[in-house]
Structure formats: C-alpha cells, structure tokens
Design a binder for this molecule. Structure first.
Ligand SMILES: [Zn+2]
Length: 381
C-alpha cells in the first residue's frame, strides 16, 4: 500500500494555507518486518518535517521583521547569507537576510540581520541540554584531603569533557552554582587540553586552578613511543636513543620544566630524520611529534610541576573519572577510540546519572529559555 504523509500549515485563524508532501512510503503487510515505521523511515520523516517546519517558522519571523517598526515601510534587502541551526532532528541551513534600516529615523547603523535576534546561538536549547551532560560528567566532587582532622573539604575537583556549547562558561558556572559551588571556593580544573575547553577554563573563578590532565599528556607520549618502537626494528641503537629521549621528555614535563621539554622535542625531531628514507610511517611520526609540540605550546600555562603536586596529594589527573568509565565501557571500545573515549564514555556514564542531573539542569535551562518545555514526558501508563 502507499502511505502518503502531508503537512498542512494553517494560519492563526485556523484556515488551511499550504499542503506539503512530507514522505511517501511503499508498505507491504505480509511479514512482521513490514509492520509500522522503520528507523530509517522515522528519521527521514522527522528530518523532513523539521526542515519544513523550521522554514515556515523562519519565513513567518522574517515577514514580521520586514517592515519598519516606526512607519510600516517595507525594508529593502542588502543581501543574504545562511545560518546553520543544529537541532535534535538534524542540522539545517536557514536563510538570514541583511536588511536596510528605514531612513525615517536617525539610527546608529544602516543595516541589520533580523535572524540574529531569533538565533542568538546556533544550537537548539534541547540539544544544548543534552550536551551539557557531557560538560558535567567529569563531575565536581569533593576533594580528597589527606588531613584527617579537617572537617570540611577545602576544594572541589572538576574533570572536564569537551562540549559544543558556545556559552559554556556561563552555563558551566550556573551548573556549578546549582551544585552549591561558591565563588571563593578553591576549585581545580583538569582538562584534556582540547581547544574548546582551554578558553572556557580561564577566569572561571578567581580561586580556580587550571591543570592539564597528566593522564591525557602521557597518553600522547605513549602514542609517540609506539612509533619509536617501530624505529628500533630499523636501527636498534638510534631507535633506543629516541625512546630514551621520549622517556626523559616525560620526566621534564612531570617536573613542569618546559624549556627542557621543548629542547627534548627538538632533539627527538632531528633524530627521527635519520629514518626519513627507511621508516614507512616516518610522515605520521613526524606529524605526531609536531602535534605534540603544538599541544604543549598551547597548554603551557596549564602545565604545573606535577611531581610536586603529587607529593602534596593534589590532583594531577581525572583518573577517578576514567576508572568509572572503564567499568561502563568495554575495553575493546576504549582501545579502538583511545582519544575519544572520554566524551563518548562520559556520555554513556551519564545515562545512569541523567535522572538526578535532569532536575538541576532543567531548572537552569528554564531560566534561560522561559518557553522551553522540559520534563513533560508523561509517565508510562
Ligand atoms: Zn520607517
């Protein structure tokens, strides 16, 4: 049988205005697998529906913004570009015209983009709400203090996971506050040094301390050493020398000695050129070394004397997160995607925490987006 789904758009008076075909399905009904919608059909349906709905909503919004608020004169277009809008049901391109302001009044600017006020950001709030889970996964926890006499914990630790959120700082801040975090409280941020995280960390809190997670740093060194092991097969002496330099590079970083570390990276780089003709993965290795240098350069202000911190019982890695994630995610999965485990693992870990976090986050989101409908999924009968 043929199933045709149409979208009927009505005006505010309820009058039918447009009818659009959304999807046409050819459905059989002889076997169990024919019954109902398939996942693919459902996705296509939602995506197409969303596309038409958004387009119509934007058209309505732009129409209302296309005349002068003061005198009603239609505004002339100066040009147009597109905006990307990410939603739960797909990412869409929306038209965003630039209009001339009406000359009937004196104004500070001559043109404006109406869409800027409709889309102050390019991610739908509901999608943001989901991504926020990734931010807090690392989870702020009470610091472990070795001083048993101390009655109240003096600090909180916060493991950090990347997010797509462009207003992460404010949001993270609100989430921390909703968890009882105080402005003057000692807080340590441990990050994996990803680009989007770095900016966010700085000036979060006057008392905040920002540290590159030792675990992530050594993970990158392990990658370098894997290549170096390959070099040993080509030239044992030189290969071992490079491995030794990588090991010493690690200890320079452990002591927070950056000038020594950079010196050793240069050393390693010039030594590996001996393998330019003989090592099949030379290009990848060179790239890995250069990326490591960039990584250290970009995060140099986040590299403390780890050794000293460790001796004082201070946090140097979000190992507590990793330990938990490893219980949730299979080892096989971790090995395959070593560099990505945290975000994905965090997401999985979160599924178990969503219920409690939901309540805190939803109330925060409700303040930002007063019309947003949250937590209204009805209970199963
Ligand atoms: Zn006017």
């Amino acid at each position: 049988m043929h199933v045709k789904l149409q979208l009927v758009m009505c005006g505010d008076d309820g009058q039918e205005e447009t009818i659009t075909d959304i999807i046409t399905l050819q459905k059989d009904s002889q076997h169990i697998e024919h019954l109902g919608l398939t996942l693919r059909e459902a996705k296509q349906l939602l995506n197409t529906l969303q596309q038409h709905l958004l387009q119509r909503q934007v058209e309505g919004f732009l129409e209302a913004s296309s005349t002068c608020l003061d005198c009603g004169t239609p505004l002339k277009a100066k040009g147009s570009h597109t905006r990307t809008f990410r939603t739960l049901f797909g990412t869409f391109k929306l038209t965003s015209p630039r209009l001339f302001l009406c000359p009937c009044q004196r104004r500070k600017t001559t043109t404006f983009r109406p869409m800027t006020s409709l889309l102050p950001e390019s991610v739908a709030p509901e999608l943001l709400l989901m991504h926020n889970f990734e931010v807090i996964v690392g989870k702020s926890t009470l610091a472990f203090t070795r001083d048993e006499d101390e009655e109240t914990p003096s600090s909180k630790r916060f493991g950090f996971v990347q997010t797509v959120d462009t207003k992460s700082k404010r949001r993270l801040y609100e989430v921390l506050q909703s968890q009882g975090f105080q402005l003057n409280q000692q807080i340590t941020f441990l990050s994996d040094g990803g680009d989007s995280v770095r900016d966010l960390q700085l000036d979060m809190s006057p008392e905040a301390e920002h540290i590159l997670d030792w675990f992530h740093l050594t993970m990158r060194l392990t990658v370098l050493d894997q290549y170096a092991k390959g070099l040993v097969h080509g030239d044992q002496t030189l290969g071992e020398e490079i491995r030794d330099k990588i090991e010493r590079l690690k200890w320079s970083l452990w002591h927070g000695n950056l000038s020594k570390a950079f010196y050793k990276i240069d050393d390693i780089e010039s030594l590996i050129y001996n393998f330019e003709e003989t090592y099949p993965k030379f290009k990848q290795l060179l790239k890995a070394v250069e990326e490591f240098r960039t990584y250290i350069t970009n995060n140099r202000h986040l590299i403390p004397n780890y050794g000293e911190r460790y001796r004082h019982g201070e946090a140097i890695a979000t190992g507590f997160v990793e330990a938990t994630v490893n219980q949730v995610v299979s080892k096989r999965f971790c090995k395959k995607q070593q560099m990505q485990w945290s975000k994905r693992g965090a997401h999985l870990l979160l599924q178990t925490r969503v219920k409690t976090l939901n309540r805190e986050l939803e109330s925060v989101f409700k303040r930002w987006y007063p019309d947003m409908q949250v937590g209204e999924v009805p209970d199963a009968a």
